[in-house]
Design a protein around this ligand. Sequence first.
Ligand SMILES: Cc1ncc(COP(=O)(O)O)c(C=O)c1O
Length: 368
Amino acid sequence: MDYKKLLNSHVESIPPYVPGKSIQVTSAEIGIPPENIIKLASNENPLGPSPAAIDAAKKSLANSNMYPLADAENLRKAIAENLSFSPENIFATGPGMDSLIDSLSKAVLSSGDEVVISTPTFSFYEISAKTYGATPVFVQRKENFDIDPDEIINSVGENTKIIFLCSPNNPTGNSISEKDIRHICKNSNCIVFLDEAYIEFSTKPSMVHLLKEFDNLIIGRTFSKVYGLAGLRIGYGIMSREIVKDLLKISLPFSISSVSESAAIAALSDFEYIEKSKKLVHEGIKQLTDGIHNNTKFKVYPTDGNFIAVNVYPYTSKQVSEHLLNNGVIIRNCESFRGSGRNLIRITIGTEEMNKKVIKLLSNFKQF
Ligand SMILES: Cc1ncc(COP(=O)(O)O)c(C=O)c1O
């Protein structure tokens, strides 16, 4: 069989998704036991999962012989209540928000279509678009990482189906203003996908209220960040009822397991854990920003997420991330984010102790 002849021609051009390095792989590579390695590379919640979610997941295991309810009905209801929307405006899906991005791409994209992506940003938008044969048009952010809304609008052509926006943006941490989002929604005759994976950490408001005004807006959310359930892979989107109906038609049946659904419902109302997670992040941002500015010449960018972007010029992101890795701290070398350049690293906010170790390692980097 000549497999390559059978392969969709566009698959060759799909870049591999580069995840944060795992503790297990790092431990084997550098010979440090896993318990002595700190992972601050995937914007996970260092507090562990919400205790209420763990309890609910354990209880739900007893019913694992049964399929879950269709379309994660109970979770959609719980999310809808939380946001004061109707469950018919909610599409809950797994694995994670990645699955929402994939389902949306599957529903609307095919060969010859285009999507607009403002770089540097989350890399799965590009992978997903290319998977369905579409061509990404990249619009580079400004030097301070703000988007250029007019350039984005000007990049929308006849074949553009989706504009991907991320706020707070991964990996840069900054947000998009309501004015810019309105401007883009109003002036583009296509879907505007706004990724709010990190919105719960932000002191700026979510844009959910704009859904009542713009039927081309879709907002993506996840349980992987503030809710601490990255390993359970649960995401959701808020959008018009019409779009929800179509996404339900083409998504995989029972994409959220009953255990994940129970955990997510419990996590939504574990307010003590949510507040604790936010406090940890807000204090950690200050600790890391002050610590790095006081002890190095590196530039820390302001952030609305649970991570900071740091420009490590005159060193490269590879040099600095390898230095930390060799000392048991995994952070993110942003070279794999298109348009990030060679000097940007991203550090997830950890516990006070973890952050201290990062500051110490960055402070003594010059000696190497
Ligand atoms: C901006 C952004 N969107 C989406 C995702 C994917 O989230 P999930 O874990 O729900 O698939 C991530 C993961 O890190 C992210 O950073």
